[in-house]
Design a protein around this ligand. Structure first.
Ligand code: ZN
Length: 127
């Protein structure tokens, strides 16, 4: 049932889960256009926002055959997640991918996560 008030939700591009932002949405004309929970866009969930603040980016493994590519990249809504997520330090990611990654999430193909986990094993000491 729709109403003129709704609870705002956003979807986390890392885990793909919808979460409450705590904001209340109001239809300015008081029309009943809003679901009780209304997704308004993408944002990091509290857990993954914390990782980003700590300087980690999330590499989200996707199935390339089931994901849709747009100009060589996958948009959050087109990603078919395999469920594997690895967090690596942003500086390390910049070095590995040889570009500055500006977003808190990057979609990668299977195999990349395995390779990175191996690389990280040698890197985490002294952290
Ligand atoms: Zn999340």
């Amino acid at each position: 049932m729709k109403s003129h008030v709704g609870m705002e939700q956003k979807v986390c591009p890392v885990c793909g889960q919808a979460f409450d932002t705590g904001a209340i949405l109001l239809d300015k004309r008081l029309r009943n256009t809003l679901e009780r929970k209304t997704v308004t866009g993408w944002d990091l969930c509290p857990e993954h926002a914390k990782q980003w603040e700590k300087g980690y980016i999330a590499l989200v493994e996707c199935d390339p055959e089931k994901s849709t590519f747009t100009d060589g990249t996958i948009k959050p809504q087109d990603a078919y997640r395999t469920g594997r997520i690895v967090h690596i330090r942003k500086a390390a990611a910049d070095r590995i991918f040889d570009v500055e990654i500006k977003s808190p999430v990057a979609f990668v193909e299977p195999g990349v996560v395995d390779a990175l986990e191996k690389m990280q094993e040698g890197e985490t000491s002294g952290d």
